[in-house]
Write a protein that binds this ligand. Structure first.
Ligand code: 26Q
Length: 835
């Protein structure tokens, strides 16, 4: 029980009474829910739906957050703190209600209050529509970091975009992915507070005028073609068992009213209406991380829009403190989540130099000291660049500033590496190899005092590949910050059974100090504890089996091994390697129906980018294989294949705790970190994986004997590529691989259609960019050793417990402590509720 909960349970009441709007007792919460039903929603109790109750409860919880939120702001104002500003085009926060109850410590009280009303908390939690304002790992990481920042009592703000439509909902029709618009705001969002009073104006397009100023210097004036208004919507982010409640501030685009005034005649009226539509389009929809989204003008507009609003907002707050502009970087640390917000460098320079009259050198010093850049990819083709003409048309002054940054930067490179023209061309902020383009990663590197990768291997590879020149120039600037995930959401909330079991043995402080899970290591040796551990896992598998049955109609036996791969569908993540293994087992069983194999449920989940044909065919292939395997009496007694549609944060809560085996099988050197790998391991899944991303560190932490390793390492992959990789050689060498490919080719998994998977097969045979064929034999062999390990439940349980016990370092609390200390210089501030 948390402190706050204990106080509430003991009937202790702050002040003279237990206020309906802030009290934490069962009665106060029940009263608040009923009051909200009447006075907030205007619903009769007798007619109220579960969704009405969800809203009423959400408002009751929000009241309690707001009380802490205001105290938090008071404390920050009083202490002249430094604030971490996390700029991210994506925040995949997931449903709020559950984590807020846990972090407030009122889960039990709310459960009791609802039960007095004849309601079940779990059913009410299920009513929440999650904000899908992110694609996957990068957006979810931002959300975990906000939660850890609040838990660690660090002053911070998350800045992003309030997309009207988040990531599409995935439906499966006849085995194919169909995208449905995500209308997440349709029933209202009780967690946000709109702040029209602090809206910002953002300029676009037009031209730049220069004139001489009084002192003979040059003054630059940007005359825009259009101005858009950014309205902030704030969501309170509460920390666990603390009173710190920080802010996620998301900007929504609206037309500028001042422009409507020009609509004094009919023609202009329609122009004003058109302009309104154009303005509001900016925050309309989240782009999937799709090749077709690359280079889209609207995407650049989105990035500049939210960055400009956010920097204006920081400067407004800084102004309120009365501190001089030169001190800006002592008060604000700006973290760029990938290059998506990297225009911040040019925007901060523009405002400081053009609008605030600061000298270039001083402004540059402020900018560099304020900014840090996180890289999330090693794939050179994934680095963002913008065509010069488009950039100039939308942001003419920013392009000039980038040219000036580049001029000074290249002078520096010339001094360090005289006569090295090739290096200058490689490092320039402008790519001049073809159509000229602005290199956003280079802008981010030059304008930041710290550049970080997201796992040890990733950072090492960055230094050797895409950031090698920058690393040579500034050897201490590139650093590692291995990702982490929040244990509050991904263990405490998602896995209540495991949480209760663990807390009953080692207390509950592991929730804020995950290293304490080491206390489970000695329990791994106790037969009773292992038994209880298995019971919890089995319960979680029953819960997932129910969800699979409800969503797909497929029944899966909870006693079987649950072998799970959930993540975005991408060729480098190699879901199709997993499928090749399933087909191999299928073929073995068909050859020998009496064969003893450990029965398994293969579970997949993940969205494919709408324009990514190969990824969509992989989804179709999973369904095709499922259709055959699940229906065949010779195989369905030992194999089942399920595809859980619409994988999102809410479904993730059910999936991670139910896994026996976690598939982390990307081609070595391709996955920057991965974070799903951490969520699985924390919940006691064993990993089958390559030496890629954070898998390397996970294996080190849990012990190599508790991790199923296979495949080429990054170095070997690169060598094989250079020596001329021929997938055919591997296929000819391996009859089982040849057979699996042949079965697909014959249309066995496509109802006789031999064309459906041809693009996948042609690629596998001719190119196999992601080395499936090279890793296949080792993968299948490793899977065989997984199967034999599964046959010893005691040994398996022991490994499972050790995985949980040893994954404390993958808490986002550890990651955030490192960022705060080593990059941001941000320190905790205690917030007292009664101040
Ligand atoms: C780019 C241009 C146009 C439209 C969309 C995008 C876009 C959007 C999102 C490009 C990339 C993303 C997201 C990338 C991402 O999620 N990367 C993952 O980040 C995780 C957190 O660090 C890592 O764990 C994963 O390894 C990495 O793939």
């Amino acid at each position: 029980m948390t402190t706050q909960n204990r106080i509430a349970a003991a009937g202790f009441q702050r002040g003279a009474s237990d206020p309906v709007r802030t009290g934490l007792s069962v009665q106060a919460i029940k009263r608040a829910v009923l009051d909200n039903l009447t006075f907030h929603l205007g619903r009769m109790q007798r007619l109220a739906t579960p969704h009405d109750y969800y809203m009423a409860l959400a408002y009751a919880v929000r009241d309690r957050l707001l009380q802490r939120w205001m105290q938090t702001h008071e404390a920050y104002a009083k202490h002249e703190v430094k604030v971490a500003c996390y700029l991210s085009a994506e925040f995949l926060v997931g449903p709020h209600l559950g984590t807020n109850l846990i972090n407030l410590g009122i889960e039990d009280a709310v459960r009791d209050a609802l039960s007095e009303l004849g309601l079940d908390l779990d059913a009410i939690l299920d009513e929440e529509e999650e904000p899908g304002l992110g694609n996957g790992g990068l957006g979810r990481l931002a959300a975990c970091y906000l939660e850890s920042l609040a838990t660690l009592e660090m002053p911070s703000v998350g800045y992003g975009i309030r997309y009207e439509f988040g990531i599409f909902d995935q439906e499966i029709h006849d085995g194919w992915q169909v995208e449905i618009t995500d209308k997440w705001l349709r029933s209202g969002n009780p967690w946000e507070i709109v702040r029209p009073d602090i809206a910002c104006a953002v300029k676009f397009g037009g031209h730049v005028e220069t004139s001489a100023d009084a002192t003979g210097g040059q003054r630059t004036r940007w005359v825009p073609a259009q101005v858009v208004k950014g309205i902030p919507y704030d969501t309170p982010i509460l920390g666990y068992d603390v009173s710190t409640c920080n802010t996620l501030r998301l900007w929504s685009a609206e037309a500028c009213e001042s422009f409507d005034f020009q609509a004094f005649n009919v023609g202009d009226y329609y122009r004003a209406v058109d302009e309104k539509i154009v303005s509001e389009t900016i925050s309309k929809v989240l782009y999937p991380n799709d090749d077709q989204a690359r280079g889209k003008k609207l995407r650049l507009a989105q990035q500049y829009f939210f960055v400009s609003c956010s920097i204006q907002d920081m400067l407004r707050v800084h102004g309120l403190s009365g501190a001089p502009l030169e001190r800006f970087a002592d008060r604000f640390a700006i973290q760029l989540n990938d290059t998506h917000p990297s225009i911040a460098i040019a925007e901060l320079m523009r405002i400081l130099v053009d609008e605030r009259g600061m000298e270039w050198e001083r402004a540059w010093d402020v900018t560099q000291r304020a900014c840090g850049y996180t890289n999330h990819t090693l794939l050179p083709e994934a680095l963002e660049t913008w065509p010069l003409p488009m950039f100039r048309e939308m942001l003419p002054r920013h392009l000039e500033i980038i040219f000036e940054i580049n001029r000074r930067f290249l002078d520096e490179v010339r001094l360090r590496f005289p006569g090295d023209d090739a290096r200058l061309a490689r490092m320039s902020l402008i790519d001049e190899t073809g159509e000229k383009r602005v290199r956003m990663a280079h802008l981010a590197c030059v304008g930041s005092h710290a550049i970080n990768g997201v796992a040890a291997l990733h950072t090492d590879l960055l230094k050797m590949s895409i950031l090698a020149d920058f690393h040579a120039m500034w050897p201490s600037r590139v650093v590692n910050k291995t990702n982490g995930v929040t244990p509050r959401r991904f263990v405490r909330l998602a896995n209540p059974g495991l949480s209760t079991l663990v807390s009953s043995f080692i207390g509950e402080s592991w929730v804020r100090d995950l290293d304490q899970l080491h206390g489970l290591e000695r329990l791994a040796e106790e037969v009773d504890f292992r038994q209880r551990w298995r019971e919890v896992k089995l319960d979680n598998k029953r819960r997932l089996a129910k969800a699979i049955s409800a969503r797909t109609g497929l029944e899966v036996p909870p006693e079987w091994m649950f072998d799970i791969q959930v993540k975005r569908i991408h060729e480098y993540k190699r879901q199709h390697l997993n499928v090749l293994h399933i087909i191999t087992l299928y073929a073995r069983l068909k050859r020998n129906p009496a064969l003893e194999i450990s029965p398994r449920v293969f579970v997949f989940g993940g969205k494919a980018a709408p324009g990514y044909d190969r990824a969509k065919r992989i989804i179709r292939l999973i369904h095709g294989v499922g259709e055959v395997v699940n229906a065949d009496p010779e195989t369905n007694g030992r194999l089942r294949v399920a595809f859980m549609p619409d994988f999102n944060v809410k479904i993730a809560h059910i999936i991670y705790p139910a896994a026996d085996l976690s598939e982390q099988i990307s081609t070595a050197g391709k996955e920057a970190s991965g974070t799903g790998n951490m969520k699985f391991a924390m919940n006691g899944a064993l990993t089958i994986g390559t030496l890629d991303g954070a898998n390397v560190e996970i294996r080190q932490a849990v012990g190599q004997q508790n991790f199923f390793l296979f495949g080429l390492n990054a170095h070997e992959v690169e060598q094989l590529r250079r020596s001329g990789y021929r997938p055919q050689d591997y296929i000819e060498d391996n009859p089982e691989l040849a057979e699996a490919i042949q079965l697909i080719r014959d249309g066995v998994f496509s109802r006789g259609d031999r064309d459906m998977f041809r693009p996948l097969l042609d690629d596998l045979l001719q190119r196999d960019e992601f080395f499936l064929c090279a890793d296949y034999a080792d993968y299948v062999q490793c899977q065989d050793s997984v199967a034999s390990a599964w046959r010893d439940p005691e040994a398996w349980s022991r490994m499972s417990i050790l995985n949980s016990a040893r994954t404390g370092e993958f808490s986002s609390d550890r990651a955030i402590r490192e960022y705060c200390k080593e990059i941001w210089g941000v320190r905790p501030v205690r917030v007292h509720l009664d101040d």
